[in-house]
Ligand binder design. Sequence first.
Ligand SMILES: [Mn+2]
Length: 483
Amino acid sequence: MQNLVQKLLPRTTFKQAVAFRAYCTNKILDIGQPTASSHPQLLNEGEITPGITAEEYITRRKRLLELLPQNGLAIIAAAPVKMMTDVVPYTFRQDADYLYITGCLQPGGLAVMSHEFGLCMFMPETKPYDVLWQGKIAGVDAALEFFKADQAYPMTKLREILPDIIRRSSKLFHNSNTATSTYLDLEAFRKAAENNCVKDISLFTHELRLIKSTAEQKLMRDSASIACQALLQTMIHSKTYPHESMLSAKVEYECRMRGAQRMAFNPVVGGGCNGSVIHYSRNDQKVRDGDFVLMDVGCELHGYVSDLTRTWPPCGKFSATQEELYELILQTNKECIKLCKPGATILEIHNYSVETLRKGFKELGILQNWKSDFYHHLNPTSIGHYLGMDVHDCARVGYDRPLKPGVVITIEPGVYVPSSFEGSERFAGIGIRIEDEVLITESGHEVLTGSIPKEINQIESLLNNFCFGSTMHGLNFMKASTS
Ligand SMILES: [Mn+2]
């Protein structure tokens, strides 16, 4: 990270440097994010973000306006930059609603929509100093020409223009996740809030985002495919390197080498009893010989995330106890996937999974002598959630909503036996989750994560029938048992 040594330099040095940069890049249309001209390897002509055309963005905005009441106003701010230290920002991730409506990947903007003027984008201004340090940013011209906004102004004009627009509207909807003082502090907005005229825009955006278009389904399929390939490589890798940290590094490397921009969340890599910690994130332990490792991973591809989980013994052999419990979770996973079709609900599938697992736990002796509500200690999670631009996508939509073609959900039955479990000691400390992504189709469903093995014989075969590379000889001390 560079420091501000230029504080000591005369101003002209900046101007010269900026002019030089402009000279270097003047043949490329650079608006601070990939375009078909600057990154033809990523985007086709006519696309605003990879896989999503300008027409599709315009259709999304039309649909949002159809949901917005007459005289209603939508205010959606870009995600803020979050800082790790005073000068080091965390990796920026655009807010899903702002991205869905505008296609714009940078911070600092504000999108406003109404029936009167369509989409109006307030854009950060390009200052030579910022360009020098951070590169190009999209301004008013990019908003009009590239993002196809109906109107665009620099942010400095917001205080002149927005209050009037707010006063002319009877109902306001805003993105509370990214709410910023830029508009919250406006007197017109404060008055509307006092009069109870402000609601959350997710009421509408989550309805739109729930059903994935054909182009979005392709991105979801590709994102899932990348995560599957990455996890498969990681499973093979686990036999030689059964360390949580190395498996976490491996899966991220494999995802990004395949084009993912980032992980959808910090990978959960839990060896042995760490697998019973549902959102375990330390990833700092060695997986003991014979233990399971549970990996819950997902990546993000051009705004669309994947989310899948597999549990396996890195040594390559399931013990009899592991096999018994694993088979119950696997059968529940497969039965629940069969229920995924238009008209079913996540809640119904959840209730079915609870019934199946409760019965299975009793048969295995795990729930014997235990009050039935102990079940919720063994599995306190929902069978699944909606998936899309966010991991827990469209959180405003209830789990009792009948599924429709184009909706993507996860199916993730699991069991998390505490290490201090006294009910049936042989199962103590075992955590298992088997999670797949399911796209609802007209005729039923498509499993997007079907390419990664989950049957015991498939996993054992995968781990025991591959060729060790010559580079691994020196690292045998880290190896899990192959017996
Ligand atoms: Mn999940």
